[in-house]
Ligand binder design. Structure first.
Ligand code: ADP
Ligand code: MG
Length: 611
């Protein structure tokens, strides 16, 4: 019988390989731009026509190629970037497989013009479907220009498979974004069908984000910087209040290579947890730098996955880095002026109204709990009026911040608006269903969920107390014994330092019994044993479900337990105090469980109801 196995001609093998590497015009854009980066270019210009189907041109001012290399670069597995197997573990360049150019040349009409600074002339090669059609010497500036025409001209099935020009262009812009983001020191431009879509000047990462996503990002970003022995994380997160309803602006890079990583994404979502509504997504632009030996990128060229040697460590560092960035922002929220703001800038009401809303940071008296529910036998006659009336109030009327109609906010009105605390005490707040607080704001009606609002207030208070070891305690008249199983007892022991910072006073009597000598001052009216039992129960749930860190978890658990419940009657004073405290919080909009604390029904919305 005849032998039937034949080796495929190179052109066919290349075409098959190309199907894997070059799936759409955007893949060619990515490969050509990465090659230009690897060539050390400082300026890279991309020109496309008909979403890359008719033309993709990448012009760089990098190192160029010799005449021989210009010919060789189209061979499969021809690469200058690695030469032996071990090199795979120390890859510092974007490319390394030597497949891209062979693939592109197999399925398009390609012209390469390249010139090394040290050579007298450059080389021009035209290659079509893997066949070299022309090779000449040409004069040109140092650098390389690849022109790719009629992608998939000889693979009609693939060409027909492409999506609409709009969709393909979106892919191109996405690849362009990924490449340009992590290389802010390099200039880039993108021209599509004769129109310049981007012109990115060399600068900082922040400037690059602004160049790509809009100059209003200047005030939306928080810097992230965390360096440990094995991992360095740098870049920006988008402030919680600008979280988006779509997953758009989430960019992770490992050693500047774009990746998708669900597990690491979770670390960021988790760090933002109690600040972003459930249906919104945090934005980030972060680079994770690791020793190339600690990751495995030697997988499929079009895949955006990376395997880390110790992914748990990276998770923990990333989570801590993001928390730190958020924390630093929240500690100094006074006035968030643009770094580059002109000192003589316009402070008119209209311009102030367009600034991000920033709430003043008001110290809250930790001993002062207006909502401790009273038990029978306790001082029942104590009313709100017995509490000290003096308190610091937000500087200015927070309701102005919610006036959506900036035309209504002028200086005169600001002055004539009484601060909240001085309003007559009988007309300002209405309680609906003993669960919601209703009041009016410039733009319409404000409805606040009292339970969620109080949860947020307590949550921030407890986080602070654990940070400052400042939780106020009330002594138990008759210390109670709290006996638990061995597992729970050891968990409780682990949590003792934080619990004490929150105001619990616990003494371990024996391995499974604790004496409760004191409880947080907010917990009046709660049975101490029951409270601790519920804390442990929720703590365990949160730990497995959400992987929260210890302090966050405790603050979340305790605030949910001690916040005033829905269907609790509140006096005018109590409502007023609650509202003031809420808007003095770092994040007034979202409860720690991700739910919206309040809604505003605008006048426009009200008007439509009467049509
Ligand atoms: P890889 O990038 O994986 O090495 P490619 O097929 O993309 O493989 O490129 C093959 C080789 O061609 C590269 O290793 C490099 O030496 C050379 N090359 C490609 N593009 C350029 C460029 N813009 N400037 C200089 N050399 C280039
Ligand atoms: Mg390459």
């Amino acid at each position: 019988m005849l032998d039937i196995i034949k080796l495929l001609p190179d052109s066919v093998a290349n075409q098959i390989a190309a199907g894997e590497v070059i799936q759409r015009p955007a893949s060619a854009v990515k490969e050509l731009m990465e090659n230009a980066l690897d060539a050390g270019a400082t300026q890279i210009d991309l020109v496309v026509k008909d979403a890359g189907k008719a033309l993709i041109m990448v012009v760089d001012n990098g190192c160029g190629m010799s005449e021989t290399d210009a010919r060789l670069c189209f061979e499969r597995h021809a690469t200058s970037k690695i030469s032996k197997a071990e090199d795979l573990f120390s890859i510092k360049t974007m490319g390394f497989r030597g497949e891209a150019l062979a693939s592109i040349a197999a399925i398009a009409q390609v012209e390469l013009k390249t010139h090394r600074p040290e050579d007298e002339v450059g080389t021009r090669i035209v290659i079509e479907g893997s066949v070299v059609k022309e090779q000449t010497l040409i004069p040109m500036a140092a650098g390389t220009t690849f022109t790719v025409k009629n992608l998939f001209f000889n693979v009609p099935a693939r060409r027909n498979f492409l999506k609409s020009a709009q969709a393909e262009m979106r892919h191109i812009v996405e690849e362009f974004t990924r490449v340009t983001l992590m290389n802010p020191e390099i200039g880039f431009s993108l021209v599509s069908d004769g129109k310049e879509l981007y012109h990115l000047y060399p600068g900082s990462l922040k400037q690059r984000v602004m160049g790509l996503f809009g100059s209003n990002y200047e005030s939306k970003l928080l810097p992230v910087n965390q360096e440990t022995e094995r991992v360095r994380i740098s870049g920006f997160i988008v402030k919680a209040e600008y979280a988006k309803k779509t997953r758009g602006e989430q960019y992770f890079f490992v050693n500047k290579r774009f990746i998708k990583h669900a597990y690491l994404h979770h670390a960021i979502e988790n760090a933002f947890m109690e600040m972003i509504p459930k249906d919104s997504f945090p934005g980030y632009f972060l680079n994770i730098e690791v020793d190339p030996a600690d990751i495995d990128i030697n997988i499929h060229p079009t895949k955006t996955e990376v395997n880390f040697l110790d992914v748990k460590l990276v998770y923990a560092i990333l989570h801590a880095a993001v928390r730190k960035a958020i924390g630093q922002h929240n500690l100094s929220p006074m006035i968030d002026f643009d770094e580059t703001a002109d000192l003589n800038s316009d402070f008119s009401a209209a311009s102030m109204a367009s600034r991000p809303v920033v709430f003043p940071d008001i110290p809250i008296d930790p001993n002062y709990n207006p909502f401790g529910q009273k038990t029978v036998g306790q001082n029942d006659s104590r009313t709100w009026n017995d509490f000290p009336q003096h308190r610091e109030k937000p500087s200015g009327d927070w309701r102005l911040l919610y006036g959506e109609r900036s035309d209504l906010i002028n200086k005169d009105e600001c002055e004539s608006t009484e601060p909240v605390a001085e309003q007559p005490a009988n007309s300002q707040y209405l309680q609906v269903n003993q669960s919601f607080i209703l009041t009016t704001v410039k733009s319409g009606l404000l409805l606040i969920d009292q339970h969620l609002a109080h949860t947020r207030i307590l949550f921030e208070k407890y986080l602070k107390e654990m940070e400052n070891h400042s939780g106020a305690s009330q002594q138990e008249l008759f210390p109670q014994a709290f006996t638990l199983n061995a597992n729970d007892a050891s968990l409780l022991k682990e949590l003792l330092p934080e619990l004490e910072n929150l105001g619990f006073v616990l003494d371990q009597a024996n391995p499974t019994t604790f004496m409760i000598n004191g409880t947080p001052s907010d917990s009046a009216g709660h049975d101490a044993v029951e409270l601790l039992e519920r804390i442990l129960e929720h703590y365990k749930l949160n730990r497995t479900d959400l992987q929260l860190d210890r302090k966050l978890n405790l603050a979340k658990t305790l605030s949910a337990q001690l916040a005033i419940k829905p269907v609790t009657k509140l006096s005018e004073m109590e409502m007023q105090h609650l509202v003031d405290q809420l808007f003095a919080c770092n994040v007034a909009e979202i409860a720690p469980n991700g739910k919206k604390i309040y809604v505003i029904v605008t006048i426009e919305e009200l008007l439509t109801k009467f049509n």
